[in-house]
Ligand binder design. Structure first.
Ligand code: ADP
Length: 652
């Protein structure tokens, strides 16, 4: 300490106490007291400084100078502006000025100092006035306490707090801390958003206020359980301010803070899961209702064919209860043939499933004949499908069956009558063939003997007898024609040849060559377009063309006959048309003319009325149809179809 400072200190301490008389003693006492104070100030670990009225440091102890990173010599005489950062000049000045003007000391006055190395330190100073002998304030003195470490710790704590607050607020769900009375101590912004209370309102409400009334008793119990056990979780409906209920899964953990127990926890919104579960329950209920009330038989069997579930209709239709059916072996429940097919199908389905070749959306169709408890059976038409777990793995087989007994009976009856029809047709054809074939011989005898009679006894018979003879001869001839035609008709089915590819234009030319005389006599003109190769019995197809074209020539009008033959593809068939310019046919007879021995134009025209019947029979044998379009006086067009065949199908 410099001499002038010593003097000053002496002055400070002595002010108002010294008397003039005992100067020496006083001087001594003062010196020793000054020494004591100086030593205290020097040695004091606490910073001490004095500032004069101009704001300059007039004294500073070693500890204070050290704090600032200076030596005492460097600091004495410094203005506060040199060791206080600029942003604190004003606040520093204000604090000093206040003590200076009022004389009231400032305790714990926060001060910031700029150290020599440019870093900052924080003080909390006790600032009090320096007075002269008259009690006037001449300066300030301060005792500095370094609180830098404390400040840094506070700042770190603040950072930590901000970090945890940010963390809590950024949590996806809700976060809360409640005390044992259920009052909210902390919660994150999500929590207040979910329930819709402002932070102000949040201070007033308690945990139970945000729990739906119907869950409160259960949650209260749960909370006390968690307070006891340390942790737990629960599903609860949160009650928002607007009355909405939001399903949440809440976790809670007991924590002890400052000697008190709290519950700390988080919560996640499970609305979607709860809604999905509700929808699933609802749909399961609907499906069960459907399955229980459907007329279809719904059965679930496991991979070993054990019955797992059966609809009420399955019990009703068979007369066996579910429990009975569970115990019955498969061959008591379904007919042997059905057992075989069902097992084979199930095994195939399981195999495909294992190999991964089965399309999960596909179902297998099978008809099963079920046994009933009265000994009768019912036919069912079934769809089999795997039921699957969440991973898509097959767990069981669902079989949905429909009673088709009536349809089965009708099908069986139809099959039987078709068989019967086929048999009687065959018999009839056989009969017609045999009859016409066997009648030919006696008929030939009748006509040849009548002709012989005519030849030998012509001269001895009168004209009446001759007429009778002529009638008998022509009758026998007509009968012969009829029998020939009948024979031809019955031969279509019984004497047909196997089908082969045939060029339809060749068929047409063959027919025309057979009709050469008739064409020539009637001066008929026959034309045709492109004709395809078809698949059939050539001889019979020639007959079809011949029978239709002969009519077109025979039933001509005033004009010489004109016939046009064409063929066009038509939806998998060849559609043939044979058009003429003849007398035409009234539509009311369209069906009749295809029947055996049906004729419209009687005696004026030759014929037996069998040509079109034979044509129709041949076309039907080829899998085609025949019909016509016509109006009287406007010509006729006969149509028939023959199926087109792919090359690969020729061998059929
Ligand atoms: P048919 O020619 O021997 O009388 P079809 O069975 O061939 O026997 O014909 C049955 C009847 O249909 C014929 O008698 C005739 O009345 C009528 N008909 C058939 N084709 C024609 C045609 N192109 N124009 C007018 N009438 C026809």
């Amino acid at each position: 300490m410099s001499t002038s400072e010593n003097r000053k200190l002496k002055g400070l301490v002595a002010a108002g106490h010294a008397g003039k008389d005992d100067d020496n003693r006083l001087q001594e006492e003062m010196d020793s007291s000054m020494d004591r104070y100086r030593t205290i100030l020097e040695e004091m670990d606490c910073g001490y400084y004095e500032v004069d009225a101009k704001g300059k440091l007039s004294f500073i102890n070693d500890a204070a100078a050290r704090l600032n990173g200076y030596t005492r010599e460097e600091m004495v005489g410094m203005s506060y502006k040199e060791y206080v950062p600029q942003q604190y000049w004003e606040s520093t000045f204000e604090s000093y000025a206040r003590v200076f003007s009022t004389g009231v000391p400032l305790r714990n006055c926060p001060m910031v100092r700029l150290k020599k190395d440019g870093s900052l330190i924080y003080h909390e100073d006790f600032v009090f006035p320096v007075r002269n002998g008259k009690g006037e304030i001449t300066g300030l003195r301060g005792i500095a306490r370094d609180v830098t470490l404390q400040k840094l710790a506070e700042a770190a704590l603040l950072d930590e707090k901000r970090f945890s607050e940010a963390l809590i607020d950024s949590l996806p769900g809700i976060f809360y801390l409640i005390d044992e009375e259920g009052a909210f101590v902390r919660y994150n912004s999500n929590a207040s958003e979910v329930v819709g209370y402002s932070p102000e309102e949040g201070k007033k409400i308690r945990a139970m206020d945000v729990i739906a009334e119907e869950d409160r008793a259960y949650i209260a119990e749960k909370l006390s359980e968690i307070f006891n056990q340390g942790s737990g979780d629960a599903e609860v409906r949160l009650l928002a301010k607007d009355g909405r209920r939001i399903p949440y899964h809440i976790t809670a953990k007991r924590v002890s803070l400052g000697g008190r127990n709290y519950l700390l926890g988080t919560g996640v919104d499970i609305s979607q899961r709860v809604e999905a579960e509700r929808a699933r329950d609802e749909s399961e209920k609907n499906y069960r209702l459907l399955a229980e009330n459907t007329k279809d038989i719904v059965t679930i069997v496991d991979k070993n064919f054990n019955l797992v579930w059966l609809s009420a209709s399955g019990e009703k239709l068979t007369g066996y209860s579910f429990e009975e059916q569970k115990k019955m072996p498969l061959n008591k429940k379904i007919m042997p043939d059905s057992v075989k097919r069902t097992k084979a199908l199930l095994i195939r389905a399981l195999q495909e499933e294992q190999e991964g070749t089965h399309d999960p959306a596909r179902h297998y169709d099978i008809e099963i004949e079920l046994c009933r408890n009265d000994g009768s059976t019912i036919w069912t038409e079934n769809q089999m499908q795997f039921t699957r777990d969440g991973n898509g793995r097959a767990t069981a087989m669902l079989i949905q069956g429909r009673d088709i007994s009536e349809r089965k009976q009708a099908e069986q009856a139809l099959k039987e009558s078709l068989e019967e029809l086929r048999r009687s047709n065959e018999e009839l054809e056989q009969f017609a063939y045999v009859a016409s074939h066997d009648l030919q011989e006696p008929l030939r005898m009748v006509s040849s003997y009548v002709q012989l009679l005519e030849k030998r006894y012509k001269d001895r018979l009168d004209s009446d007898a001759l007429d009778f003879m002529n009638y008998a001869v022509s009758g026998a001839r007509r009968m012969q024609n009829l029998i020939n035609d009948l024979l031809a008709y019955s031969r279509v089915g019984t004497r047909g040849k196997p089908f082969a590819p045939v060029d339809a234009s060749e068929v047409l030319y063959a027919a025309l060559s057979n009709l050469e005389v008739a064409i020539h006599e009637a001066e008929a003109v026959i034309e045709h377009g492109d004709l395809p190769v078809v698949f059939g019995d050539e001889g019979q197809l020639i007959q079809v063309f011949q029978n239709i074209i002969v009519n077109a020539i025979k039933f001509h009008g005033h004009q010489p006959p004109y016939v046009r033959v064409d063929a066009v593809p038509d939806d998998g068939d060849w559609l043939f048309s044979i058009r003429d310019n003849g007398i035409g046919i009234d539509p009311q007879f369209f069906e009749r003319i295809f029947l055996v021995f049906q004729r419209l134009n009687g005696s004026g025209y030759a014929g037996t009325g069998i040509g079109l019947s034979v044509a129709r029979k041949i076309i039907q044998r080829h899998g085609g149809r025949i019909w016509l379009e016509s109006q009287p006086g406007q010509g006729s067009t006969f149509y028939f179809t023959l199926p087109m065949r792919e090359e690969g199908e020729l061998s059929k």
